[in-house]
Design a protein around this ligand. Structure first.
Ligand code: SF4
Length: 412
């Protein structure tokens, strides 16, 4: 078995992951953003040490691809020298605009920080699997509903009082357990994490029995918020929402820019940043960047320039719901030119249809099921309906033309 066909590891600067196009590192910021100069430097490092492709993932992490075992250590040293606030330990995700978004119910950052500190102090991170994560969703313009999480804290306002709904392994309303005061949220999350850790490093929140969870209720809900039966203001937002711009609480403007298939040539991103010169960049979920602009003029320049560099500014752009891995020729495992096919499908798909084009069955670009999957196989392009790249295709077609014809047939 090829080890790079196994999903599950989380690549870091210190431990890059082997992929079909070399080693890959993934960087996330604990909170906040970085300067345009810092992102430009990261892009230049990607060109020098990797294959010049940078990516932003569905969780809003930056990936640098195509490294080798000799270049990866140089990249790590030079990234560390930038002094970025890199996320480490258990992933605790908050909105990249936390504390700046006028629509949020609560600033998620203090709770996020408290959780990271408490998990580190309890020494829990090493007993948990690399995929276990927590989302702290304070509401506002950035939807974290599509960011998978074992434990999800979602801000609620009940009769004017802010509380945090604790839910496990799923969407906002899936298996909600308790609504907690902020002071009780950290011990409750720690208790759940300890239960996951007690099962073993392969365990996830979905493995926990409800009765066990109910056992932590008395401690977790001591002094809890009232039950959310009435007068409830929910942070949950439509996952399809994707603003193009937002005026922030400090009066700056946030401009949302999507990367087609989450990927861009580093050289092109450098040229875009040079043309726009934003004050700050935030990595955002749904394979996006948020450019924080000082004024209207800068925001206007961003909106005008982004499409010229192949970037997405329109919320209805079909490339937002097409997931495609680098494919051939970038990846040695690929059987098809995934991104080229994805680009061609963009002109043919119905709005909102989620399509995954995967160079092989590993399905690097998207782990969740989509409406349609086109996967490269030894027998041609396999087609899967409502599934993942690793599922069994119901049909095969010979090439991209035939895939397009089938897509039109499926969506007409
Ligand atoms: S899914 Fe794509 S990027 Fe991942 S190994 Fe297969 S071809 Fe390569």
């Amino acid at each position: 078995m090829n080890t790079h066909l196994v999903r599950g590891a989380c690549p870091t600067l210190a431990a890059p992951m082997a992929t079909g196009d070399g080693l890959l590192v993934r960087l996330g910021l604990a909170e906040g953003g970085m300067s345009a100069e810092a992102l430009t430097t990261l892009c230049r490092l990607a060109m020098r040490h990797g294959n010049g492709i940078v990516e932003v993932t569905a969780r809003g992490n930056l990936q640098i691809r195509g490294l080798t075992s000799s270049t990866a250590p140089h990249l790590a040293t030079q990234v560390e020298a930038l002094g970025l606030d890199l996320a480490a330990g258990l992933p605790v995700e908050t909105s990249p605009l936390g504390g700046l978004d006028p629509g949020e119910i609560a600033d998620p950052r203090p709770l996020g920080r408290a959780l990271r500190m408490a998990v580190a102090k309890a020494g829990l991170a090493d007993s948990l699997g690399p995929k276990v994560s927590v989302v702290v969703d304070g509401g506002g313009a950035i939807s974290l509903a599509r960011v998978p999480a074992d434990i999800r804290l979602t801000a609620l306002r009940i009769d004017g009082v802010v509380g945090w709904q604790l839910a496990l392994d799923g969407k906002v309303d899936e298996r909600p357990l308790f609504v907690l005061k902020e002071a009780n949220a950290v011990p409750a999350v720690l208790a759940v994490l300890a239960m996951i850790a007690a099962i073993g490093r392969k365990a996830r929140a979905r493995d926990l029995a409800r009765e066990k969870l109910d056992a932590i209720a008395p401690a977790a809900t001591s002094g809890a918020c009232p039950s959310p039966v009435a007068s409830i203001d929910h942070a949950g937002h439509c996952p399809e929402e994707w603003p193009s711009r937002l005026r922030l609480m400090d009066d700056r403007l946030a401009m949302f820019v999507g990367l087609p298939f989450g990927s861009i040539q580093a050289e092109k991103l450098v040229a875009f940043l040079d043309a726009v010169d934003p004050e700050e960049i935030r990595l955002a979920p749904q394979r996006s960047l948020i450019l924080i602009c000082r004024n209207e003029e800068e925001a206007r320049r961003t909106a005008e320039c982004a499409p010229e560099f192949g970037l997405i500014v329109d919320a209805s752009d079909p490339r937002r719901t097409i997931f495609a891995c680098p494919g051939a020729p970038a990846c040695a495992s690929a059987r098809i030119t995934a991104r080229e096919i994805g680009q061609r499908l963009a002109g043919a798909i119905a709005p909102g249809l989620a399509v995954h084009v995967s160079g092989c069955a590993k399905g690097c670009a998207h782990s969740a099921p989509t409406d349609l999957v086109f996967v490269g196989t030894d027998a041609g392009i396999g087609i899967i309906r409502n599934g993942r790249a690793g599922d069994a295709p119901f049909a095969h077609v010979a090439d991209a033309e035939a895939a397009l014809a089938l897509l039109q047939e499926q969506t007409s």
